[in-house]
Design a protein around this ligand. Structure first.
Ligand SMILES: [Zn+2]
Length: 265
């Protein structure tokens, strides 16, 4: 396994409403959005991105998430937990060297919440996101589940504001782009592969292509201004790199990508 590969996984869906994704549009229309997460294989140890929902969501989401599980209801099976999915494609969690957190919202902490399964992993996030997750404003408090990210066993690497474009391996395969707005310390992940070229995992900086195409503001943001400008920044990066852009929760775009056990290389 010399060439890096990118696997795209789906940790079930979240049943919610279109107006959660598009501000003031399609009011009350229900939608099931995918919960993606990713793995980049690498000879220096693998990088896992986010890990979807914590495994407990398959059993009792309401107990773990609280009341928000009534409005944004996760639907996943125990087999969709990230540790189980990794084993299914022959990846040992002990071979994961980095867990990159796009941000710390509750549907992105599947790996963190199972940190004991990743004994050799350093967790990479921004300091801005780490600090905000510990003291969120009232309107975003429900999106951060403290139990997922406060285990003292987590070995954090916190990126500062000036470390934009952070190159995880130093070889250009995984680069992290600061893209605040959906949350204060959001990261998009650019994966550069030998045959597939640049794949930009925009995660929740671009929840659906409506944001990318500037047809709707996101339904949730800590700053709509930052969110809009982060999309512009990512568009410049994608143009420069001729990237394939992967939105974070787009029910129409998601089926167009290759899903695990298939992969990009
Ligand atoms: Zn989010």
């Amino acid at each position: 396994m010399s060439q890096p590969r990118l696997y795209m996984f789906q940790c079930g869906v979240i049943s919610q409403h279109w107006h959660d994704l598009m501000l003031g549009q399609r009011l009350g229309e229900p939608v099931d959005v995918p919960v993606p997460w990713y793995l980049v294989t690498h000879t220096d140890g693998h990088t896992l991105v986010d890990g979807g929902n914590p495994a407990i969501c398959a059993v009792d989401a309401h107990r773990h998430w609280g009341e928000i599980a009534d409005r944004c209801t996760p639907r996943m099976t125990p087999e969709q937990a990230c540790t189980v999915e990794l084993e299914a494609v022959g990846i040992a969690p002990a071979d994961v060297r980095y867990i990159v957190q796009s941000h710390l919202h509750l549907d992105h902490t599947g790996a963190l919440s199972a940190i004991a399964a990743f004994p050799n992993a350093t967790v990479v996030a921004t300091r801005a996101e780490f600090e905000y997750a510990h003291a969120p404003d009232w309107f975003s408090r429900a999106l951060y589940v403290r139990a997922d990210f406060t285990d003292p066993a987590i070995a954090w690497t916190l990126l500062e504001k000036h470390e934009d474009g952070y190159d995880v391996y130093g070889d250009g395969v995984v680069r992290l782009w600061q893209s605040p707005g959906h949350s204060p310390g959001h990261l998009a992940i650019e994966v550069t592969l030998a045959a597939s070229g640049s794949i930009l995992l925009a995660v929740d900086a671009v929840a659906t292509l409506h944001h990318w195409d500037e047809r709707a503001l996101p339904g949730f943001a800590t700053s709509h201004l930052e969110a809009v400008r982060s999309v512009r920044t990512l568009r410049r990066i994608a143009h420069r790199s001729q990237s394939t852009v992967v939105p974070g929760h787009d029910p129409d775009a998601w089926p167009t990508f290759k899903h695990s056990p298939h992969y990009y290389e």
